[in-house]
Ligand binder design. Structure first.
Ligand code: PMT
Length: 325
């Protein structure tokens, strides 16, 4: 959705809107538990021991946020995102030596699971005559690799996965992550691939029970979600390296909108992508250049995230070096 349209919101009004959003949001389940996990993760991974990527932590957001219409939610508005971009990018960041906080929509695509069949449990396993469960021969390599890589990252303490569903949970957890990453200074990176809702129903004006269709057409006013990207960039983690995304369906306005987002939110990089070609081509937009990144079409299994993350890691390295000199 469009994060660059509310260009005239004065700073004080924005802070009030954000305060009102957080004050009225339903309390996060286990906020202290999430903070504890985050602090331990950062503590463990912030020690720089040499080599590119070490001591660097990236927060990858992935999937779409929902906006509930009822407190006991039966209906909700959703934002499009399969989570493929975030999941694939997480794998390449781990390969590049980063530790990753993966803030993802429940049920969306997960790192290391992309090569598994659509319905992994039912298709991957079989029950033997002795009632032992074993991996089906045809999937055995893919499953072994996925389990091995996933366990390696999670048990090795390099990957922390935090789920969200609603826009309330997403922004509350994003704030906790930003606060916990502050001390990393320039070694922190935000890679914001999630598709965040632009409009929501404030919790205090939301009905408790399922909206009844017998009452006729639904007339409901949604409030604009405050542009938290500015406070994230300026206040919550001011030294971090920021990458946001711009998604459009009209290629004629894509680069112009990416430029606007870059300036308005003082992003270091905006990755511009068009919905129908997002897996083949993206444009990395910075204040000085626009670089097209293409998927290697000569290889069937190649991901566009491979060259994309390589380029972004280089940009982050230059940012860290420039800040040190
Ligand atoms: O998941 P896939 O199916 O693989 O598709 C990937 C993708 C198309 C979803 C991804 O590449 C992409 O473009 N994500 C951003 C889509 C979008 O609609 O962004 P937005 O307009 O909601 O927000 C713009 C940017 O600000 C995004 O980087 C977003 O994560 C960030 N944002 C926005 C609002 C907010 N409150 N917090 C944010 O972090």
């Amino acid at each position: 959705m469009d994060a660059a349209t509310n260009s005239e919101t004065p700073q004080d009004t924005l802070y009030e809107e954000i305060k009102s959003f957080f004050d009225s949001a339903p309390p996060l389940k286990d906020g202290p538990g999430i903070s504890k996990k985050l602090n331990e993760f950062i503590e463990r991974n912030s020690q720089s021991t040499g080599g590119e990527g070490t001591g660097r932590v990236v927060c990858v957001t992935s999937g779409g946020t929902t906006v509930p219409l009822e407190k006991r939610c039966v209906r909700y508005i959703d934002n499009f995102s399969s989570g493929h971009r975030g999941a694939a990018s997480t794998e390449y960041f781990l390969k590049a030596g980063y530790s990753v906080i993966f803030l993802y929509r429940r049920g969306s695509c997960q790192p290391f699971c992309r090569s598994l069949p659509e319905d992994p449990l039912l298709e991957c396993f079989e029950v033997s005559k002795e009632l032992n469960i074993q991996v089906h021969q045809s999937h055995s390599e893919a499953v072994k690799r996925a389990i091995g890589e996933h366990c390696g990252a999670v048990e090795g303490g390099l990957l922390l996965k935090l789920p969200f569903t609603t826009i309330f949970e997403y922004l509350q957890i994003l704030q906790l992550i930003a606060m916990s990453m502050r001390n990393l200074q320039t070694r922190a990176m935000f890679y914001l691939a999630a598709a965040a809702s632009d409009f929501y129903v404030p919790w205090k004006s939301m009905v408790e029970h399922k909206i009844q269709s017998a009452s006729g057409p639904l007339d409901m006013q949604l409030v604009q979600v405050p542009k938290t990207l500015s406070v994230l960039r300026n206040d919550w983690a001011p030294m971090a390296f920021f990458i946001s995304f711009k998604l459009e369906t009209d290629s004629n306005i894509l680069l112009q909108k990416a430029d606007m987002a870059l300036k308005k939110y003082k992003m270091h990089v905006v990755v511009a992508n068009e919905l129908s070609t997002r897996k083949e081509k993206v444009v990395v937009v910075t204040s000085s250049e626009k670089i097209s990144v293409l998927r290697d079409s000569t290889e069937a299994d190649a991901d566009i995230e491979n060259p994309l993350i390589k380029l972004l890691v280089e940009k982050h390295s230059s940012y860290v070096e420039d800040s040190n000199s």
